[in-house]
Design a protein around this ligand. Structure first.
Ligand code: COA
Length: 251
């Protein structure tokens, strides 16, 4: 059984109409991701699958997440590993129809880093410390680092990071494209909202198609792109937006 958070729910969810902000909230455990957090992530995913909106994912108390909960991990056995408890939750999050933005302050380690890798866009503060120390604990990073990290930073950097288990700080994270921007702590959430402000001005159907097509396997291109475009070419919103543009220019 997961230890209840003395501060309440492990994931605080704020609904803002056109977007949702979810805050990992086990500050007494540096937001370590336990089963209750995973359950809450699944519940949130179900909501965002049914009613797609962009998601901002962040952490409480100056930390994103210091990993999977090591107290729970220590007790897990082979059958638990094969269930892919964290891997499947992070895949579901990555596959949400609308974009996921990770706003990362402080530690994003192990499973916390893998949760961040599952986001579409990552931004951070100068205090970010992100990496995968799993081999030091006698396990591997099996919840996404093995495939997503190389997609983000390339094979050579990914394998160096995974084999050393070292932590990447802000300047390097920005340089290698692990995060796309650094903002002071007070500016982090406003910056995440500014990204979402841009996204929600666009056509949601086009955004959903862009994310889905981008994530398709290489051998599905260009068919997957063209099929999605064929659908959008017939959408009333496409005609409305393009007519708006052309009529504005005619004025
Ligand atoms: N799992 C379970 N508990 C964790 C945790 C994790 N991943 N990370 C931190 N905690 C707990 C600590 O055990 C401690 O609990 P306690 O107060 O009951 O003893 C509490 O959170 C605070 O952690 P502490 O180490 O005292 O905080 P710190 O600010 O000095 O250090 C870290 C922060 C992140 C450097 C350190 O907690 C750490 O190394 N955590 C583990 C990182 C890791 O290996 N993650 C990969 C897991 S796959």
């Amino acid at each position: 059984m997961s230890e209840p958070s003395p501060t309440g729910e492990p994931l605080l969810v704020e609904r803002h109409g056109d977007r949702v902000v979810a805050t990992l909230h086990r500050p007494h455990k540096r937001n370590a991701i336990d089963q209750a957090t995973i359950d809450a992530l699944h519940t949130l995913c179900a909501e965002l699958e049914a009613a797609p909106r962009p998601l901002i994912l962040t952490g409480a108390g100056g930390v994103f997440a210091a990993g999977a909960d090591i107290a729970e991990l220590r007790e897990r056995r082979a059958a638990d590993a094969l269930r892919g408890i964290n891997a499947h939750a992070f895949i579901r999050l990555a596959e949400l129809p609308m974009p996921v933005i990770a706003a990362i302050d402080g530690y994003a380690l192990g499973g916390g880093a893998e949760l961040a890798y599952a986001a579409d866009i990552r931004i951070a503060t100068p205090s970010i410390a992100i990496g995968n120390p799993e081999t030091g604990l006698g396990i591997l990073a099996a919840a996404g680092a093995g495939w997503r990290l190389k997609e983000i930073v390339g094979d050579a950097r990914a394998i160096e990071l995974l084999l050393t288990g070292r932590t990447v700080k802000a300047e390097e994270a920005l340089r290698i494209g692990l995060v796309s921007a650094i903002h002071e702590q007070a500016a982090l959430l406003p910056a995440a909202h500014a990204i979402v402000d841009r996204i929600v001005r666009n056509d949601p159907a086009a955004t959903i198609a862009t994310k889905r097509v981008f994530r398709a396997p290489r051998d599905h291109h260009p068919a997957v792109d063209l099929e999605a475009q064929a659908e959008l070419f017939e959408s009333p919103e496409k005609f409305r937006r393009m007519t708006d543009f052309l009529e504005r220019r005619d004025r």
